[in-house]
Design a protein around this ligand. Structure first.
Ligand code: FAD
Ligand code: MG
Length: 356
């Protein structure tokens, strides 16, 4: 079934607002306007923007957006006929031939599953579809249906066969969902492509999944505001100051969500252990890392893990992590502290030693 629906259009509208807001959050670009080239398109269910600041060419831009469409055609679980949709359709039936890059990304997702003890789980597609958050059918499912969907997951049921070039899902009805990692992968791919076209400075923004390419024309560091989750108007609570090559990815509950008739709030980041949206007091998690693939996967993983385990994993993997909770408290590991400046003093920075 093609899930590109009215609801998606509504989400795209919301997302467009957010993407526009993201650009408001890019700090210190006024001096870089001269040869800039911008393009925004709705791809991967979100607004994707590439802004080239130095070394711009239409060829580079065209190649970047062609690559995004290729990734969507291969990896979307929401559009019928993609390779991932075929893998899902053939779950429990037969392996489906696929590219080395899809096998790479699925293995990467499985690595994050292992690192996070299953908090990040690319095999929960059936559960994601059951809730339908962000789509026309979003609803609170019956508990028994959630339990049934949970029977259809498990990393051991994803069989990646590099020798024969295919992927097989062992249980009928199970579904792969790369929604929590594929935008990061796409950002890394776009950075490589822009480099091949000799782009010297660019910002890739895939629905708020940011990656910086090269050196800013004015030789200053890149600055990216982190969205204040309590202010939808693009206000920032602080900013990360980074060199080229870094990515900043945020997973939060303030974008894809719905409020049920009884007033309960449900969002799209699930605890694979319970089958319900995570409720751990967090509002958002931002990850800073050179790999946007890792940053995307880990932002979701650390959201599910919560701040104590999340900070330990971020330290182990050498990435920056910023947690914001519903009491407007901010928890950062040392990496994040070295490059993030809190500006909005209505948020309180809590020493991560006190987290435990
Ligand atoms: P993230 O935290 O990065 O990801 C959350 C998403 O990951 C959830 O929406 C769910 O899909 C999944 N997820 C939830 N919990 C977990 C968990 N514990 N472990 C692993 N995964 C989890 N949206 C549309 O509306 N229509 C489309 O046609 C569409 N096509 C897409 C095609 C591609 C290739 C990609 C990458 C995304 C597409 N999207 C589409 C968007 C997608 O459905 C998600 O909304 C989006 O990727 C979520 O990104 P995020 O950064 O907001 O959150
Ligand atoms: Mg993610």
């Amino acid at each position: 079934m093609n899930h590109k629906t009215r609801k998606q259009a509504k989400n795209a509208g919301k997302t467009f607002f957010r993407a526009a807001a993201t650009f408001l959050l890019l700090v210190g670009l006024a001096s870089c306007k001269a040869q800039a080239l911008d393009r925004s398109e709705l791809v991967l269910g979100t607004i994707c923007t590439v802004r080239i600041l130095d070394g711009a060419s239409n060829n580079a831009m065209n190649a970047a957006f062609a690559r995004l469409s290729e990734i969507e055609a291969e990896m979307s679980a929401n559009i019928s006929g993609t390779v991932v949709a075929e893998i899902n359709k053939n779950a429990g039936i037969k392996p489906v031939p696929c590219s080395a890059e899809l096998r790479y990304l699925v293995k990467k997702a499985m690595e994050i599953y292992d690192a996070s003890d299953g908090a990040f789980d690319p095999s929960i597609g059936a559960l994601v579809k059951l809730w339908g958050i962000g789509f026309d059918n979003e609803h609170v499912p019956e508990d028994k249906d959630i339990k049934n969907a949970l029977l259809l997951k498990g990393k051991e049921n994803i069989i990646v066969d590099d020798k024969n070039g295919n992927i097989f899902l062992a249980k009928k009805g199970m579904e792969l969902d790369l929604g929590a990692i594929a935008k990061g992968y796409a950002a890394d791919q776009l950075a490589d492509i822009l480099g091949k076209y000799r782009v010297k400075a660019a910002i890739i923004d895939l629905g708020g999944n940011i990656k910086f390419v090269g050196k800013k024309p004015d030789k200053q560091s890149w600055k990216i505001g982190i969205q204040n989750p309590y202010d939808s108007r693009g206000a920032r609570l602080g900013m990360a100051i980074l060199e080229g090559g870094f990515s900043v990815v945020t997973s939060g509950i303030y974008e894809r969500n719905f409020t049920a008739e009884d007033g309960s709030f449900y969002h799209h980041i699930f605890d694979p252990a319970t089958g319900y949206p995570v409720r751990n007091g967090l509002v958002s998690v931002s990850i800073i890392s050179k790999s946007s693939t890792d940053a995307d996967g880990l932002a979701t993983a650390l959201f599910v893990l919560g701040k104590e385990k999340g900070i330990a994993l971020a330290d182990k993997l050498g990435v920056g992590a910023i947690f914001i909770d519903e009491d407007k408290k901010l928890f950062m590991n040392d990496f994040a502290k070295s490059c993030f400046l809190l500006e909005d003093r209505s948020f309180t920075e809590v020493n991560s030693q006190l987290v435990n």
